[in-house]
Design a protein around this ligand. Structure first.
Ligand SMILES: Cc1cc2nc3c(=O)[nH]c(=O)nc-3n(C[C@H](O)[C@H](O)[C@H](O)COP(=O)(O)OP(=O)(O)OC[C@H]3O[C@@H](n4cnc5c(N)ncnc54)[C@H](O)[C@@H]3O)c2cc1C
Length: 479
């Protein structure tokens, strides 16, 4: 439930003027794809899309929203997976797209920082860093659409977390339009600053519930001299965990370590044109490994790793990419796992983390619980095993009605999340956030002390509850 009244024509008129020429749209064809979520799980409505291209215009919009108690849903690339960027179905919230605020403000190669507007797409941010002979290590399958503001607001993870950390670790400073329309200029590139509360941390991972991120100063790194990519079959998940531990002491830096189950590979080979199994025979599990090498470090580390791992019986077979094209083809097998589930029917998805050493036991226990609830359901556990983060997706049994299967989402998720939290002290949202999908689920699992503290922060920063209401944590509407 939101704290807002329906938006009056007068307020809509004022918002349009504040957003400026080209800064708004009521065109239903333009709005339609922005109020539908990528997986089709959430469908919203809005009377007005705002798409201002300056911080001043955004601040003016937010001031009007505060004055009129109009709820705002910020949106970047609309690739979020928990419905955080989707307005309510009542049509009583405005959608604020940051996509036109998309300048690269500054790249400081010597200082290893870059400052970007919130609407810059991740792939363009990577290119900007690359052009300055630096690496911006954040990387995920949605990088062609996801924006800096969305990545900051979801504290996105991705495949580089193992070596470089989550987005939180990559952010040095932020610029934020606060819920009263003032602008907090926190674009510091400082790596040390102990002058009280670290305010940027409130907005990172807040999913637009505390303010609108308009720009960020981000960390850059030296580009590796080479990246060696290996694809290996492992007999068990336990072997995959042990292989990671071995690889981390073997040479170079392990910058990605991803798990793929055979069923996931089968789905990709069946549904994604141009893919092929790089190993001849079928194996139960696979890992995809990136090893980064600094200038001067000897090459051939990945090949040597596979030989030694085979001697230790940690792998059954493996290949090392011999070209960038081959590396891309191997990564495609990993990146397409989620998408390739779609043609297999309904899928109940979980984005969880447990301690790395507990992953084998978690996958086994959760798989058994799901099999008991829905015989024939097909778990496809994959993802960032190096971070203890598994996307525990479950494809429907073959031949059953999709809606009947999806109707059991809550029941199945409760069983999986109970195991995550109660058996392994894990997290029910490792990287995708809370949005509207998990707002009640985190209230169930988090302590009252944690939820009360979250609520207190929300009420202190956004007392009118106009910033993305109903997402992350519920608060009572103001009287
Ligand atoms: C194929 C695919 C693969 C993915 N892989 C990963 C992965 O590996 N790791 C991972 O972490 N995520 C992954 N995601 C999820 C998604 O890409 C990330 O959550 C991403 O950070 C969202 O960015 P966006 O710009 O699309 O944000 P949106 O989807 O537009 O918004 C996400 C949230 O941030 C808020 N928001 C957006 N911009 C702002 C802003 N400027 N100020 C304040 N709030 C804002 C929105 O209100 C919403 O709550 C994947 C998604 C897809 C479709």
């Amino acid at each position: 439930m939101t704290s807002v009244t329906p938006i009056s024509p007068q307020t809509l008129g004022r918002l349009k003027s504040a957003a400026g020429i080209g800064g708004w749209s009521e065109d239903t064809a333009e709005i339609a794809p922005l109020v539908a979520e990528w997986r089709g799980k959430y469908q919203g409505r809005t009377p007005l899309l705002l798409k201002p291209d300056s911080v001043e215009a955004i601040a003016a919009v937010v001031r009007i929203c505060a004055e009129t108690r109009t709820a705002i849903v910020p949106q970047g690339g609309n690739t979020g997976l928990v419905g955080g960027q989707t307005p309510s179905a009542q049509g009583d919230e405005i959608l604020l797209s940051l996509r036109r605020l998309n300048r690269v403000r500054n790249v400081d190669a010597l200082g290893n920082t870059m400052t970007l507007d919130a609407g810059v797409i991740l792939a363009d941010a990577q290119t900007a860093a690359n052009d300055a002979d630096r690496l911006f290590p954040l990387s995920l399958a949605s990088e062609g659409s996801a924006t800096i503001g969305g990545l900051i607001s979801t504290n996105a993870g991705g495949t580089g977390v193992l070596a470089y950390g989550n987005t939180r670790e990559l952010a040095l400073g932020l610029e934020v339009v606060l819920p009263d329309g003032r602008v907090w200029h926190g674009l510091s590139g400082l790596r040390k600053d102990n002058t009280g509360y670290d305010l940027k941390q409130f907005f990172i991972g807040a999913e637009g519930t505390l303010g609108i991120v308009t720009a960020a100063t981000l960390k850059l790194f030296a580009r590796p001299a080479a990246i060696e990519t290996a694809f290996a079959a492992v007999p068990t998940v336990q072997a995959a965990v042990e292989l990671l531990s071995f690889a981390q002491t073997h040479g170079g830096t392990v910058t990605a370590f991803e798990l793929i189950p055979r069923i996931g590979l089968d789905f990709v080979l069946r549904h994604v044109p141009g893919t092929r199994d790089p190993l001849g025979a079928a194996h139960p599990w696979y890992v995809l490994i990136d090893i980064s090498l600094k200038a001067g470090e000897a090459t051939g580390v990945a090949a040597d790793l596979l030989v030694e791992a085979a001697n230790k019986r940690l792998i059954l077979d493996g290949v090392v990419a011999q070209s960038e094209a081959q590396a891309r083809a191997l990564w495609k097998l990993r990146d397409e796992v989620s998408g390739a589930q779609k043609p297999e029917g309904g899928s109940i998805k979980h984005d969880v983390s447990v301690p790395l050493s507990a992953i084998p036991a978690f996958i086994e226990r959760a798989g058994a619980a799901v099999a008991k609830l829905v015989p024939g359901a097909r778990p496809v556990p994959f993802g960032h095993i190096g971070d203890g983060n598994i996307h525990f997706n479950i494809s429907q049994p073959t031949g059953v009605d999709t809606q009947t299967f999806l109707a059991r989402w809550y029941e199945v998720s409760r069983a999986v999340h109970d195991i995550v939290v109660h058996d392994f002290n894990g997290s029910i949202s490792a990287e995708h956030g809370v949005g509207q999908m998990k707002v009640d689920e985190i209230a169930h699992y988090k302590s009252s002390e944690a939820i009360d503290t979250m609520r207190a922060i929300k009420q202190a920063l956004d007392p009118l509850n106009i910033m993305n209401p109903g997402k992350v944590v519920r608060v009572r509407p103001p009287v």
